[in-house]
Design a protein around this ligand. Sequence first.
Ligand code: ZN
Length: 360
Amino acid sequence: MARRAVLAGGLAVSAVGFAGLPAGAAVRSSAAPSISSTSDWKARDASGSIEVLDSKPTKIIVHHTATPNSDDTSQSHAFELSRQIQDFHMDSNGWSDTGQNFTNSRGGHLMEGRHKSLSALKGGSQHVKGAHAGEQNSVALGIENEGTYTSASVPGSLWDSLVSLCSYMVSQYGIEPGAIYGHRDYMSTECPGDVLYKRLPELRESVGKATGKVVVQPLSWTLLRPGAQGPNVTALQMLLGARGLSVPVDGVFGEATQRAASRVSVERGASGPSCFGARLDEPGLFGGLAWEVVTPGLGSGSGGEAVRAAQVLLTSRGHYVPVDGVFGDRMVSAVRDFQATSGLVVSGGVDRASWQGLLA
Ligand SMILES: [Zn+2]
């Protein structure tokens, strides 16, 4: 994907919002797609009360169900999937109802997930708190997309209905298209799979086009998997060391590093039940908000292991600095060079956006 022009704040803005629309084009509402209600797919009653918040959600989180990539595109298959997910969430996870707010099948059938989510969406002023992404549940709508997209491509029918549902959500609640995220942006999980995750920039663009809104593409945290090697792992090992979780600094994401990293994920609430079909923990993954725990803001005068981690990353990105743990003038200048070439705000200090860029 082509590099985008960049705005202050380290956020990239696509040309679509500016150049793709006539001057003065107004934000427009997107038509409501057809969405089957919980009674349509014969959901069970919730076992407890549904929390309906008198506030609008501010973001959308995209998931995959991690179930087989079925060829059955029928509505009856889609309804059966919704019932299976609800059974699992209630009977195995012990939740009061389906976790996600909406479900999208490979045939493109959209369905209400947690009860009351559809009426809340139609009303446009309330949010049904689901159970799909930890602390984000109170501000994020969750959409489960049928299938496993770690390597398989996304069917056109599922894609089109995902675009319409997101566009409708954006219109109804005034959500920014740039605030469409993947589950892994918050939690240490594969979800929604590499393939669907990599298409999120395109999803934001399509939603921006459909709603007439400018698209600001967010930066994201990288996801480390067991066995990963290289400077990102070396940096993580140093960052863990800076927090007193000493692990061998060998650049390999092995068991000792995974154990220490997983303590950080748990501490940050970035480790939780994986999406429906996986039905297993995903040990050893490190991503999302867990990175925020280990990446302190750094600047002139900082020192120690966290600075060494930033130095390893800068060098790996072609901005050589000695790995001496000292944030002196040479380091300030390397950081400024990196920020300038990456389209980030040039401050000479390592902030959240710089860490995300260095780890990308
Ligand atoms: Zn998920």
